[in-house]
Unconditional design. Structure first.
Length: 403
């Protein structure tokens, strides 16, 4: 949709300027008149040509968003006007993509738009949770408090994600290295022994024959196997983009031994932290559940939250449908029920989130402690077994020569 730059005069006689997205110039003029702004000029904004190197400067990081949120909260709390705050923060923003976004938001706010409405025009940077909390803060006159709460939420979400990545990256790296070492031995080292044994004319032990046959199979079908692996990964990615594929994959992830329990704890921590933050910020519970469901990150959890939202819309409590979903542990459901009955649901959700953050820490530590010895034993048995299998005929040859 085209973007138009406009200048106009408000009812007080003040000249305002900004940008508006619309199909035609007439639609912009009509929109300005609805805001009681007399249009002076409305011109289509030309599209800027940008050259981007993939992986560099094309994304707004959570760290940038957290710093911006904290700084904005501090400046508003000090009594500065919102436009002045945005102007200052835009000028000192090192991230070019974020700077461009903030420039557009500042222009919208200068043109008479609310801050929340301006944020909603950039959903890839400011998600619905962020925009709706800001909207609640603007309505209640507590924007600085809400922004501080948002900064804390983003920081805790970043820490939670970092823990999960740490738990997954370490074992996956070790397994990848182990597989690479085994393939290297089978493709480049074992064939040297095969040539040696073929000229010796000695009957080979069973372990040696097994390793040699495995080496032959890997050399023959290595490229085919890699092609099938790549095709499988691409297929899973395409399947995950569909509703059924995503649901099946997310349900499978929650059932994986050890890792499934970790992902379930992460989902509970994220759900309770997000919903608690929204409710404490004054967002209605139905809107809060809608936002929480869309940002859950797991289709099974999202469906459970949406069913809960539908039940609440019919006049039921929040705890009963959560219990019926089977996704959330009984302790979580019970604590939510107590918080709901006592009128302190937001603080109870925060307590649950803190508890499950600690549970995630412990689960990550347990996984690391469990996987290390398993991987060491695997490497020792597989690599050591291959080496012993290939040296058995040499020992036999030495014995024959010695006689």
């Amino acid at each position: 949709m085209p973007i138009f730059a406009y200048r106009g005069r408000s009812q007080t006689g003040q000249v305002v300027a900004g940008r508006m997205e619309a199909n035609t110039r007439e639609a912009v003029v009509a929109g300005l008149r609805q805001q009681r702004i007399f249009p002076i000029s409305v011109k289509p904004q030309p599209k800027s040509i940008e050259f981007k190197i993939p992986g560099f400067g094309g994304r707004v990081k959570e760290k940038d968003l957290t710093v911006f949120t904290r700084q904005l909260a501090t400046m508003i709390d000090a009594g500065l006007a919102l436009v002045q705050c945005l102007d200052t923060l835009t000028s000192q923003q090192p991230n070019k993509q974020f700077k461009k976004t903030l420039t557009e938001i500042r222009g919208d706010v200068e043109g008479g738009s609310t801050f929340a409405a301006a944020l909603k025009r950039h959903p890839t940077v400011f998600n619905p949770l962020y925009a709706n909390m800001v909207e609640a803060g603007e309505a209640g006159g507590l924007l600085d408090t809400i922004l501080n709460r948002l900064a804390v939420y983003i920081e805790k979400a970043m820490n939670l994600r970092r823990k999960v990545k740490g738990a997954l990256i370490y074992p996956s790296t070790i397994v990848t290295v182990a597989i690479a070492v085994v393939i290297f031995l089978l493709v480049f080292v074992i064939p040297t022994f095969v040539k040696l044994f073929e000229g010796a004319g000695v009957e080979l032990p069973l372990p040696t024959r097994i390793v040699m046959e495995l080496s032959r199979l890997v050399q023959t079908y290595l490229l085919t196997g890699l092609g099938l692996l790549i095709a499988g990964i691409v297929g899973i990615r395409f399947s995950y983009r569909t509703e059924k594929g995503r649901k099946a994959t997310d349900a499978l992830l929650l059932r994986i031994p050890v890792f499934g329990a970790l992902l379930r704890k992460v989902a509970v921590a994220k759900f309770t932290r997000t919903l608690g933050t929204l409710i404490a910020s004054g967002v209605p519970i139905l809107d809060g559940l809608d936002i929480t469901g869309k940002t859950a990150g797991n289709k099974v959890v999202e469906e459970a939250i949406m069913k809960t939202r539908g039940s609440i819309a019919e006049g039921k409590t929040i705890a009963d449908p959560l219990k019926a979903s089977g996704v959330f542990p009984p302790m979580v459901v019970q604590m939510i029920s107590v918080g709901e009955q006592s009128g302190a649901l937001d603080s109870m959700l925060e307590k649950i989130a803190d508890f499950y953050d600690a549970e995630v820490d412990q689960a990550v530590a347990n996984i690391t402690a469990l996987i290390e010895p398993i991987l060491m034993v695997f490497l020792g048995v597989v690599v050591g077994g291959m080496i012993v299998a290939m040296y058995l005929p040499i020992f036999k040859l030495v014995t024959v020569v010695g006689r």
